[in-house]
Design a protein around this ligand. Structure first.
Ligand SMILES: [Fe+2]
Length: 371
């Protein structure tokens, strides 16, 4: 977006865009984000100075539009810095808070994109589309993944690294004679997020179907961000309790005793929902203050009821060669019970930072190729 005019005071620069909208920038923000090789490393764009090296009384002495850039003069340092319009537009922080999160419910069962594994490997645009679904919706489905053991880890390595746990680099999800976890039995599983007893909680989970001849055994996913948003609308006090107090979680088996405290709903400093955790199986005895515990249970129950509503359930019968990648602190997962034939999935965990990084890198590459 081009700039039509600029104005300034000692502390604030105001940029008016061609569409008539305006963005304000504090002088100290501009000084802190000074552009050019005197201030940023040319190879990695890292900042080359500390805020303490900027005079506390640094202020805007002049600002003008030149060749599409905003040229700002700072005093008392007597320096001039140019800011490209594209930079100011990208980082304009003078905008109202608002949620741009896409949320989904049962209707996604019919419209979830099936990304081709072959294309994801061969075509960066297809890979980006797959990663965008994973980041924006918190769930993405791949088809045509070779039905070979260990393939789930190779898929995680397309964008990042496998997160190893005490279950190993990879875990099997199938009926076992002496299961250490309910996941390894044929009974249905309520929707949940995995491993809230770890610190940090695994950010991503991948599940790859190798065999599914069973009756039943449908996978169920619920968008925890949608449910938390509903709770905030219907019962703000319940939302406040669940996003304020943390619960203890624990998982024990011989040689392992994992314990952590987590909030069921996490929000950032602007109130945006950033994580949802729910796992009735590993919730340890609640230990909240006595005067809070009663109200907390009512809030917890309300959230659980909303999470189990059918209109929030994305249902899929994962077939051999299908692999679902999901945000383990957003998309709750479960399954219906199964019987008859065999069902065998392999799973692994990974981290969100690498996923987001590859999405940004591919987005930038696509943009540069288009210019
Ligand atoms: Fe699970």
């Amino acid at each position: 977006m081009k700039i039509s005019e600029v104005s300034f005071t000692a502390d604030v620069l105001t940029v008016t865009w061609q569409d008539g909208s305006a963005s304000r920038f504090h002088g100290m923000w501009l000084r802190d984000n000074a552009q050019g090789s005197d201030y940023r490393h040319p190879d990695n764009d890292q900042r080359l100075f500390d805020l303490t090296e900027v005079p506390a009384d640094s202020h805007i002495a002049d600002a003008a539009l030149r060749d599409g850039q905003v040229q700002v003069h700072f005093q008392p340092e007597k320096i001039a810095v140019g800011y490209p319009a594209s930079y100011l537009h990208q980082y304009a922080y003078d905008r109202p808070d608002g949620s741009d999160q896409q949320v989904w419910g049962a209707a996604l069962s019919d419209s979830l994109t099936r990304h081709s594994y072959e294309q994801v490997l061969a075509d960066p645009a297809a890979r980006l589309h797959w990663l965008e679904d994973a980041v924006d919706k918190g769930i993405a489905l791949l088809t045509g993944v070779p039905c070979e053991p260990g393939q789930v880890m190779k898929t995680a390595e397309i964008f990042g690294f496998v997160r190893e746990t005490n279950y190993g680099r990879l875990f099997e999800v199938r009926s076992e004679p002496n299961p250490v976890n309910l996941a390894f039995t044929p009974v249905g599983l309520n929707v949940h997020t995995d491993n809230p007893y770890r610190d940090p909680v695994p950010g991503l989970q991948l599940l790859h179907c190798l065999v599914n001849d069973a009756e039943g055994g449908q996978s169920v996913f619920v968008d925890g961000f949608r449910t938390a948003t509903l709770l905030r609308q219907e019962d703000p006090e319940a939302f406040r309790l669940l996003s304020t107090y943390s619960l203890p979680f624990r998982y024990r088996e011989p040689g392992t005793d994992l314990q952590s405290r987590k909030r069921l709903i996490e929000v950032d400093d602007r109130g945006r929902i950033t994580a949802v955790r729910y796992n009735n199986r590993s919730a340890a005895p609640m230990d909240l203050p006595f005067d809070v515990a009663g109200d907390f249970y009512r809030a917890y129950r309300k959230f659980a009821d909303l999470l189990h509503q059918e209109d929030g359930e994305l249902r899929l019968k994962l077939m051999p060669g299908e692999l679902v990648l999901f945000d383990n602190e957003r998309a709750l997962h479960g399954r219906t019970g199964f019987s008859g034939g065999a069902r065998h999935l392999q799973g692994c965990y990974a981290d969100k930072d690498a996923l987001r990084s590859m999405r940004c890198v591919l987005t930038n590459e696509m943009r540069e190729a288009a210019e």
